[in-house]
Design a protein around this ligand. Structure first.
Ligand code: ADP
Ligand code: MG
Length: 702
C-alpha cells in the first residue's frame, strides 16, 4: 500500500480512545496516513549524557538524586523548589504550577532528568524539565519504554494534543501499518542513492535511532517529494515532445550546436538596427530558431534582467514564424505595455512587410470586427495586445507562435487559453522578474531556458540612494538639476489619491505639488490605472517625446515602460513596495547613455523588513540576486508566478536549500520516463500510480 492509501480511521489503532481520537481529529488528523504525515518539528537528543556541571553546553540529560523540597512565594502562590544533585553538581528545579511534583520526585530517590538549566540567584536552575523514575522494572518489562537514551520527536501541538499522545499513537501506528508501505521511488534509485525505504524513512523520521539515521530519513523523504514533483514535470515535457509525430520539421535543419545563426529576414532586421545585438540576445535567437526547427512545439522561457532587450528577441522570433508561414501573437499584461510593443513593432517589423494589428479590450465595434476578420483570414501576420488576444471571439488562421511578456503576470488558465487558439503553437515566455534557477527547475521544469546575462553595452549602472522623507528637498534639488540638463524623471507613489486614514503621500496630491511648488518650470503629468486608455496613451507619448519631463505615477510604470532619456526614478514611501516591484521600477531608468539615479525615499518609521528590503536594493543591482533575497525574505510561495502556477506544497523539501537533490530527482525522473514512457514495468507501478493523481499544474501544462 502507498501512504495515501492508509485511510483507515484512527479507531483501528490499538489503545486509541474516543477522547484522544477527538483531539487528533480537531487537529486535522483523521486517519493513519494523516498521523504518519504529522512530521516532528524538532527532535530532542536524549542519547548523550550531559551532567549538571555542563549545563552551559546544552540540555542537561543526567541521573539525579532528590536532596530536599522547599517552598517559596512566587506571585502570591506557593511554589515548589526541588534540590537535586548528580555526580558533578547541584541544581534546583522550580515547579511553577506543578506542586504535585512533591509526590513524584521523592527525597532520597534517583531519577533521570532532562531540562535546560540557567545560572540564576546563585543557583543552577531549571523551570521546564522532564523526569523519569529509575527502576529496574521500566528497563526489563519494556511496558513503558524509557525516553532516555533515545531521540524523541517534538511535534507541533494544538489544543488537546500532547507530545506523549502523539508519540504513543504514531509509534503504535508504525508497528501496525508501516510494514506494508510501498515505495514511491523505484528501488533501483533508492539503492543507488543509499536512501531508506518509505517504511524505514517514516519510522526513522519519527523515532530515529541516531542523528545520522534521522538525517538519512529526511533526505529520503525530501528526495521522494522532489522526485514526485519532477515526475509530473517530466511527463509534461515528454507529452509535448510526443507531439513530434504530428508535425513536419519546418526549418532549414541547421546542425545542432551553439553556433549563432539567423534566418534571412532576421538578418534584414538586425542590419537596420542602430546597434549590435548582445551575445545573449544572439544566443537566445539561435535557441529559438533551433526550437522552431524541431518537429514539436517550443516551450521556452526567456529570462533577462530589466533592460536586457528581450522585446527585440521576441520580434526576431515573430519574424521567423511569419517567414515560415505562421501567425504570431504577442501578449503583454497591461495596455500601456502592449501599446509600447505595438509601436516598436510598427517601427521595426512593418518595414519588412509584416502586417501588424493591435488588439485590446478597448478596441470596439467596427474596427474590432474588421480586425478579427482579417486575423481569421490570415491577412494579419502578427497581433500585439493584452489578454484580449484570447477572448472568445478571436480566431486565428494559423497561430504558430505565442509570446507572453512578463509571464509572471499571467495565470496558468490565461496561458492555456491563448495556446488553445492555435494547434500546439510555439510558446515563448519572457520574464524580467528572474526566477532563481532552482525554482525554475521545479515550477517551469519542462521549459527550456534562455538567459540574457548582459545589458547592452554602454549602459551605466543606476546609482541608488536612500533618503529620509525629511531630506526630500535635497532629492528634489538633485532631480531639478537633471531636468535642467535635458533629462526626465519618474516619481512613484503607493497611492493614487489621498486617503485620510493613512498619512501616505499620494500621486494626485504630489503631482499638483511637484508641478506648482517644486518644478514650476517643467511640465509635470500624472498617470495611473484609473485614467482612461486614450489619456494614458497620450501621456506616455508626450513623455516619450520629452514634452513631459516629470511623470508622476503609481506602479503602473512598473513593467516594461522604456523611455531611455529618463534618468531619475524617485520612489516615495519606498518601504511600502516589495523587492520585485522596486527592482522593476528602478529598471525604468538606466536605459540610455546617461548616468541614471534611483532615490528610495523612506519614512522615518521603518520596519525591520522595510529596512532589509531597502538595504538589498542599495547593495544589489543584479535582478537574480535580488530575487534570491526576495525568496529568503518571503519564501518560495510568494515569488511572482509561483502561486498561479499551482506550485506544489512541499513538506520537508525546500527547492532552494535542496537544490542539489532537486537536480538529481529531476535527472532521475526524466531518464526514468524517457526510458519507459509507458511505465509498464512493475518497478514503476508506484510512479504510474502517482501519475494518475491530479497534476498540480493542470493537465496540459502551460
Ligand atoms: P526588457 O528586456 O526589459 O524588456 P527592452 O526590450 O524593453 O528590455 O529593451 C530595453 C531597451 O534597450 C530598448 O530601448 C531597446 O531598444 C534597447 N536595446 C535592446 N537591445 C539592445 C542592444 N543590443 N544594444 C543597445 N540597445 C538595445
Ligand atoms: Mg520588457
Amino acid at each position: 500500500m502507498f501512504l495515501r492509501e492508509l485511510t483507515m480511521t484512527l479507531d483501528h489503532i490499538k489503545g486509541a480512545g474516543p477522547a484522544s481520537i477527538q483531539a487528533l481529529t480537531n487537529a486535522g488528523i483523521t486517519n493513519v496516513a494523516g498521523l504518519f504525515s504529522r512530521y516532528p518539528r524538532d527532535w530532542e537528543d536524549r542519547t548523550k549524557l550531559v551532567p549538571l556541571k555542563d549545563f552551559k553546553l546544552g540540555t542537561v540529560c543526567t541521573e539525579i538524586r532528590v536532596v530536599a523540597h522547599d517552598w517559596f512565594n512566587a506571585g502570591g502562590s506557593k511554589t515548589l523548589k526541588i534540590f537535586v544533585e548528580d555526580e558533578t553538581a547541584r541544581g534546583v528545579l522550580i515547579c511553577f504550577n506543578r506542586s504535585f511534583m512533591d509526590k513524584q520526585l521523592l527525597v532520597g530517590n534517583q531519577y533521570r532528568l532532562w531540562g535546560n538549566f540557567h545560572y540564576r540567584f546563585g543557583e543552577i536552575q531549571c523551570a521546564s524539565f522532564d523526569t523519569e523514575a529509575v527502576t529496574k522494572q521500566t528497563e526489563s518489562t519494556g511496558a513503558k519504554q524509557s525516553s532516555f537514551g533515545r531521540i524523541l520527536p517534538i511535534y507541533p501541538l494544538s489544543t488537546g494534543l500532547s507530545q506523549g499522545m502523539l508519540r504513543k499513537f504514531i509509534q503504535q501506528a508504525l508497528t501496525q501499518y508501516a510494514g506494508n508501505l510501498e515505495n514511491e521511488v523505484p528501488e533501483y534509485i533508492l539503492s543507488r542513492l543509499k536512501l531508506l525505504s518509505k517504511a524505514e524513512s517514516l519510522r526513522a523520521l519519527h523515532f530515529p535511532k541516531s542523528l545520522q539515521e534521522l538525517e538519512i530519513a529526511k533526505q529520503s523523504l525530501i528526495y521522494e517529494e522532489l522526485f514526485y514533483l519532477e515526475t509530473l514535470v517530466a511527463r509534461r515535457g515528454l507529452e509535448r515532445r510526443g507531439l513530434a509525430a504530428k508535425f513536419q520539421p519546418s526549418g532549414t535543419g541547421e546542425p545542432a550546436g551553439k553556433k549563432i545563426y539567423f534566418s534571412e529576414i532576421q538578418k534584414r532586421l538586425v542590419e537596420r538596427l542602430p546597434f549590435e545585438l548582445t551575445l545573449g540576445q544572439q544566443e537566445a535567437v539561435t535557441d529559438l530558431n533551433r526550437d522552431m526547427d524541431r518537429p514539436y512545439p517550443m516551450a521556452r522561457l526567456l529570462q533577462g534582467d530589466v533592460g536586457s532587450g528581450k522585446t527585440l528577441v521576441s520580434f526576431l522570433a515573430v519574424l521567423r514564424t511569419v517567414e515560415l508561414g505562421g501567425q504570431a501573437g504577442i501578449m503583454a499584461p497591461t495596455e500601456l505595455l502592449a501599446r509600447q510593443h505595438a509601436e516598436n513593432a510598427a517601427r521595426l517589423l512593418e518595414p519588412l512587410g509584416i502586417r501588424l494589428a493591435f488588439l485590446t479590450g478597448n478596441i470596439k465595434a467596427s474596427g474590432r470586427a474588421a480586425l478579427l476578420k482579417s486575423l481569421l483570414a490570415g491577412e494579419i501576420d502578427a497581433v500585439v495586445g493584452t489578454h484580449a488576444l484570447f477572448s472568445r471571439d478571436v480566431g486565428y488562421k494559423n497561430l504558430r507562435l505565442v509570446v507572453i511578456d512578463e509571464q509572471h503576470r499571467f495565470g496558468v488558465v490565461q496561458r492555456q487559453a491563448i495556446l488553445a487558439k492555435g494547434e500546439h503553437p510555439h510558446l515563448l515566455m519572457m520574464s524580467a522578474t528572474p526566477i532563481p534557477r532552482t525554482l525554475a527547475l521545479t515550477v517551469f521544469g519542462d521549459l527550456e531556458i534562455s538567459l540574457i546575462r548582459e545589458l547592452p553595452p554602454g549602459r551605466k549602472p543606476v546609482r541608488t540612494h536612500l533618503a529620509r522623507e525629511s531630506n526630500e528637498a535635497k532629492v528634489y534639488d538633485f532631480v531639478r538639476n537633471e531636468l535642467s540638463g535635458g533629462r526626465q524623471a519618474y516619481f512613484v507613489y503607493p497611492l493614487i489619491e489621498a486617503d485620510i486614514n493613512r498619512s501616505l503621500k499620494d500621486a494626485e496630491t504630489m503631482a499638483e505639488r511637484l508641478a506648482v511648488e517644486i518644478f514650476p518650470h517643467f511640465t509635470v503629468a500624472l498617470i495611473h490605472s484609473k485614467l482612461d486608455e486614450e489619456e494614458k496613451r497620450k501621456i506616455m507619448e508626450y513623455f516619450r517625446k520629452g514634452e513631459i519631463q516629470v511623470l508622476v505615477a503609481t506602479s503602473v510604470v512598473e513593467v516594461g515602460v522604456d523611455v531611455p532619456n529618463a534618468s531619475c526614478m524617485v520612489i516615495e514611501h519606498a518601504e511600502r513596495f516589495g523587492l520585485a516591484a522596486l527592482h522593476q521600477l528602478r529598471g525604468r531608468v538606466g536605459r540610455g547613455k546617461h548616468q541614471s539615479y534611483c532615490f528610495l525615499v523612506y519614512s522615518d518609521a521603518l520596519t525591520e523588513d522595510g529596512k532589509t528590503r531597502l538595504k538589498v536594493m542599495l547593495e544589489n543591482s543584479d535582478g537574480f540576486v535580488i530575487a534570491e533575497e526576495d525568496l529568503k525574505l518571503r519564501g518560495p510561495g510568494h515569488i511572482a508566478g509561483i502561486e498561479q502556477s499551482g506550485y506544489l506544497v512541499l513538506g520537508l523539501a525546500d527547492p532552494i536549500r535542496d537544490a542539489e537533490r532537486l537536480e538529481q530527482a529531476r535527472a532521475d525522473a526524466f531518464s526514468m520516463l524517457e526510458r519507459d514512457p509507458e511505465l509498464t514495468q512493475p518497478e514503476h507501478q508506484c510512479v504510474a500510480q502517482a501519475l494518475t493523481r491530479q497534476s498540480p499544474f493542470g493537465s496540459s501544462g502551460f
